[in-house]
Design a protein around this ligand. Structure first.
Ligand SMILES: *[C@@H]1O[C@H](CO)[C@@H](O)[C@H](O)[C@H]1NC(C)=O
Length: 960
């Protein structure tokens, strides 16, 4: 250790000694000398290492990017540092290393040292987007604990090591975007191969030079693969029928190879498939029958050599399709009109086929359609112009040649629109930023962490539809915040589909609270995305992230001497801190108490002692009027996302980046401080995963507002009506029913005092990123617009169509009124109809149409068409579900089940469907107050009421 620069004056000597003592003690005690030596040797000569890496104790001094257990280095994560250097054999001496992530350092070059295979504790090896080359060493197969192996986007050459087959614990294998060549290794005698990886979920091998045939042995029914990506290689031969044995598959890409032969006829065994991309090969035989692949969303078989095939039946029966790419596939005959009624259909490219006769659209053609390209077919007429607004291309069809005058849709267009103009919206006034900083969606100037977010098998093609991007952006932001990463905003832009079939977009991640990320922040963000810790919804999987360097750390480069001086100062500060610690802690506690008092809006009148104790607001925050005004852009119309009897709902982004929904009560509907306080206390005590969380409230400047978490995927109503782009298959409907039933059960049976929701409807059930149901607006009817003083009047509140007839007639509210409304929601799940549609009432419609003697109760006519297309075996428990729904919707409360009983029934159905309802056992208790039917009419026998439709909130005031 060099100690020059110390020693002139006695004080300084003492300080130096103190420094050295502390310093040496740390390096001896904290980091094992083997690890220290290995790390120093490994990184000697590396450029752009973190600044703090000069002091001699990685574990003790907390080197950024290094974590230890006891004295041993277990994790090294150094994403996006612009590191220049090579990985030498010294790496192997870090023998307790579990996680190594050096992603996004293009300056890391050379080959991997063969003794990397000695890192026996390694679970995670991630080297994405670096400059590594040479062969992947066979010794990689010795890393028996490996779970994540991501070597994608480098320049590795040579063959895929067969020894990878020894990695029995591997979950994620990504070798894509390299220059790997040779054939796909499978086991043979004592030689291992990829077929042994029965626990692996991900085979990502796209964009290499792999050649030879796909060995039939590669796939078997023992495997658990979800994503198999071999796109953009040089594979030949046919696709083996063993692929059809891997039932777990959700995304398969063999597009852009030189494959030939017929496609295996058992392909449609793969009933979990979402994305199937087989385009640009030389497949022969007929276009395969995909009947039964009911979750198929995106299919691309363009540019193959299929024999002439009549338009397949699955064109009309696969109702989840968004994208059908079948250019030049030998298709002939007439396109069925029902094809265009597939609810989420977005892009259809069928050019260069032999489709003939007229082109008919079902009048209800999909709301999401953006492009139908039928150029160069044999279509003769277009009896009725399509009603919706999308691009229709009919050039080079007889239809266009029959007239001398210009005919609509006949202009030829060569280029598909493969770019999106989407840009994350900004709800505030962007400031002008200085010196290289960028203003984010939160209108703060900062240095964002940037890169590309790449969807490798996109489930959507409607690049003009902002919903997908909004959902992805919000899900990214929410996840970062939930993981306590210092992120203030996320922005997406410049999305486009490239010639490899990938959807790439630019991503900017903005820091929270300051204008740059520190290194730990960058390493953590890099790792969350490189290690796939961030899980988006299925629409966006599988993804890949490629980051740019991040160099905007605060402060300049410090010299070595500077570091020592800094350390001395730090040591003194530490001593002082220790001395002062007790006093400081005391001071902080006092200060916190003071701050709470000042921020407590109820303080003024609480102190008078008239209303009891200070409010107990568990976890809820106080907001000032000014704060909420600012984050909603002055409660602008633009930010307004809903309105009800109580007032309006605004979307806002808080300073810390959290997106919230703010309910602002109308002046007329406000209640006194005491009631407001009581209600807030009540709501802040209610915590359940199926209830929308109250973030806080505002009671300031004569305003009463509630601040809730913002839920990204819209309402169940949006989803059933197809406006949100969120699709619910039968199982998801069961899960959503179960979730919302559990939320309601909690309110009825576990909240203290019990809460009756009073306004259960499909637009009060929200869906989050993972499609978890969240009941919203509970307790609201107590809070707003119900200035019920408990005497003179009671009000019947609720929404027509959902309103309990017994409650309507007797004004006696019980939990069973919620149960009735819930039954109506369940019927919406079955029919995708509004409760009152065209003057008809949903309960009546179902009861009239049903025949309990028949299969599916003969409800096909009134069912959601999306469900009709599913095979009967997939609609497990359908009849039982309808029974529960109708039981809930009985006229008399006493005949309805409790929510606890509903939960149990749905759990049973899910179990029958082979799903794990993840049952929490909850006590079931229920008291019921009987009520008789005097005083008023049954609401659904009065036709005049039905004419209002269900969206009119109903308030009946009755004098008692
Ligand atoms: C349309 O094509 C089918 C299949 O090639 C053929 O059988 C049919 O006769 C054609 N229709 C007309 C009107 O040419």
């Amino acid at each position: 250790m060099k100690v020059f620069g110390c020693g002139m004056m006695r004080l300084e000597i003492m300080l130096c000694l103190a420094f050295i003592l502390i310093h040496c003690k740390h390096s001896v005690a904290q980091t094992h000398s083997q690890d220290y030596g290995a790390l120093i040797s490994l990184t000697t000569g590396w450029k752009n290492l973190p600044e703090g890496w000069t002091g001699g104790d990685p574990c003790g001094n907390g080197w950024e990017g290094v974590t230890c257990i006891n004295t041993r280095i277990t994790t090294i994560t150094l994403a996006s540092m612009g590191i220049v250097g090579q990985l030498t054999g010294d790496l192997a001496s870090l023998s307790k290393l579990q996680i190594l992530d050096l992603s996004y350092n293009k300056g890391l070059t050379g080959s991997l040292p063969p003794n990397i295979g000695e890192l026996y504790e390694l679970t995670t090896l991630i080297l994405i987007g670096c400059g590594f080359s040479g062969r992947i060493p066979d010794s990689i197969g010795n890393l028996r604990k490996l779970v994540y192996l991501s070597l994608n986007t480098n320049s590795f050459t040579g063959e895929v090591p067969a020894t990878i087959g020894n990695l029995k614990k591997l979950y994620w294998l990504d070798l894509s975007q390299n220059q790997l060549s040779g054939s796909i290794p499978v086991s043979n005698g004592n030689t291992p191969g990829l077929d042994l990886l029965v626990n692996t979920n991900h085979f990502h091998f796209g964009m290499n030079q792999l050649s030879g045939t796909i060995p039939p042995k590669l796939f078997s029914s023992d495997m658990n693969l979800i994503h198999v990506l071999f796109d953009n290689n040089k594979l030949t031969g046919s696709i083996p029928s063993t692929l059809g044995l891997v039932q777990t598959l959700e995304a398969v890409r063999f597009d852009r190879n030189s494959l030939s032969g017929s496609l295996p006829s058992n392909l449609n065994n793969l009933t979990n498939m979402n994305e199937l991309m087989l385009s640009n090969n030389a497949f022969t035989g007929p276009v395969p029958d995909l009947t039964g692949m009911n979750t198929l969303i995106n299919v691309d078989m363009s540019n193959n050599s299929f024999s002439a095939t009549d338009v397949p039946q699955w064109f009309s029966t696969l109702r989840a399709l968004t994208t059908v790419m079948m250019e030049q596939t030998g298709l002939q005959g007439k396109l069925p009109a029902e094809f265009f009624s597939i609810p989420q259909l977005q892009t259809v490219v069928l050019r260069n086929n032999h489709l003939n006769e007229s082109l008919d659209f079902d009048t209800s053609s999909s709301q999401q359609l953006q492009l139908i390209d039928l150029q160069n077919n044999s279509i003769t007429s277009l009896p009725r112009a399509p009603s919706s607004n999308f691009t229709l291309l009919l050039g080079d069809n007889p239809y266009c040649k029959n007239s001398l005058t210009a005919i609509p849709y006949c202009n030829n267009q060569q280029e598909l629109d493969s770019t999106s103009s989407y840009l994350t919206p900004v709800f505030c006034v962007p400031p002008s930023c200085t010196s290289g900083m960028t203003s984010g969606p939160n209108c703060k100037c900062a240095y964002p962490y940037t890169g590309f977010f790449i969807l490798r098998a996109p489930s959507f093609s409607a690049l003009g539809n902002p919903n997908y991007f909004t959902r992805l952006q919000q899900s990214l932001l929410h996840s970062f915040i939930n993981m306590s990463l210092p992120v203030g905003a996320v922005s997406l832009s410049s999305a486009s589909t490239d010639s490899f079939g990938y959807l790439t977009m630019k991503i900017q991640i903005f820091p929270a609270g300051q204008d740059y990320f520190n290194r730990t922040g960058v390493f953590s963000l890099g790792f969350v995305l490189s290690n796939q810790t961030y899980k988006p919804s299925q629409d966006f999987e599988p993804y890949n992230f490629l980051a740019d360097d991040y160099t905007h750390f605060g402060g300049g480069q410090k010299s070595h001497t500077g570091a020592i001086v800094g350390a001395v100062v730090a040591s003194i500060a530490l001593l002082l801190l220790l001395v002062c610690a007790g006093g400081y802690a005391y001071y902080q506690k006092k200060r916190a108490e003071q701050a709470t008092k000042q921020a407590n809006p109820f303080d003024a009148w609480d102190s008078q002692g008239a209303y009891g104790d200070v409010p107990q607001l568990k976890g809820a925050r106080f907001f000032t009027f000014e704060e909420l005004r600012k984050c909603t852009n002055g409660f602008s119309e633009y930010n307004c996302v809903g309105a009800g009897g109580y007032g309006k709902v605004y979307k806002g982004i808080l300073d810390d980046g959290l997106i919230v929904a703010i309910k602002r009560s109308q002046v007329g509907s406000m209640q006194g401080s005491r009631e407001f306080k009581n209600e807030i206390e009540l709501l802040s005590r209610v915590h359940h995963k199926n209830l929308v969380k109250l973030v806080g409230f505002c009671y300031d400047q004569g305003e009463q507002m509630l601040v809730y978490e913002y839920i990204a995927n819209g309402t169940v109503l949006d989803s059933l009506s197809g406006t949100s782009g969120v699709q619910l298959d039968w199982i998801r409907r069961l899960m959503v029913t179960l979730g919302s039933a559990r939320g309601l059960q909690y309110l009825h049976e576990l909240a203290d005092p019990p809460i009756i929701h009073r306004d259960i409807k499909s637009n009060n059930i929200l869906l989050d990123d993972r499609l978890t149901a969240k009941v919203a607006d509970f307790g609201l009817s107590r809070l707003f617009g119900d200035a019920d003083k408990g005497y003179v009047t009671t009000q019947v509140k609720g929404t027509m169509g959902y309103l309990d007839p017994e409650y309507f007639m007797t004004n006696q509210l019980t939990e069973k009124s919620d149960v009735f409304s819930f039954g109506v929601v369940m019927l919406e799940m079955v029919t995708a109809r509004r409760p009152i549609q065209g003057g008809k009432y949903i309960v009546k419609i179902v009861k009239t149409a049903m025949d309990r003697e028949k299969d599916m109760y003969a409800l096909h006519e009134v069912m959601d068409p999306m469900l009709v297309s599913s095979s009967t075996t997939q609609l497990v428990g359908f009849e039982r579900y309808v029974d529960v729904a109708l039981k809930c919707a009985e006229d008399s409360g006493i005949d309805r089940p409790t929510m606890g009983e509903v939960v149990k029934e749905i759990e049973t159905i899910l179990k029958q469907a082979g799903m794990n309802p993840n049952a929490d056992s909850m006590p079931v208790s229920q008291s019921y107050e009987g009520a008789d039917g005097r005083n008023s009419h049954h609401p659904y026998t009065d036709d005049s009421l039905l004419q209002y439709g269900m969206s009119v909130p109903l308030t009946k005031v009755v004098t008692v």
